[in-house]
Design a protein around this ligand. Sequence first.
Ligand SMILES: O=C(O)CC1=CCC(=O)O1
Length: 96
Amino acid sequence: MLFHVKMTVNLPVDMNPEAAARLKADEKALAQRLQEQGKWRHLWRIAGHYANYSVFDVDSVQELHDLLMQLPLFPYMAIEIDAMCRHPSSIREDDR
Ligand SMILES: O=C(O)CC1=CCC(=O)O1
């Protein structure tokens, strides 16, 4: 199942810079692991914002929820999710 996910990060302005750097490093490590596993298919910065557009390929809504909740930055994110299915005009046979 494919999901388009928008994540907007809002770290508190008074957050300790070392704590923020640690959270971002942990987030990056998990995001890269999930990309290697094929669960996090796309990760794009939204230009001009501390936000990203991502595409997740997971087996269930529950799996998506569990993955998102594991993210170190989860407590500081606003998340918007859209479920996607194949477009009949798509020429990409490998899209699901
Ligand atoms: O910077 C972001 O958009 C939040 C984020 C998601 C994965 C990552 O490494 O950072």
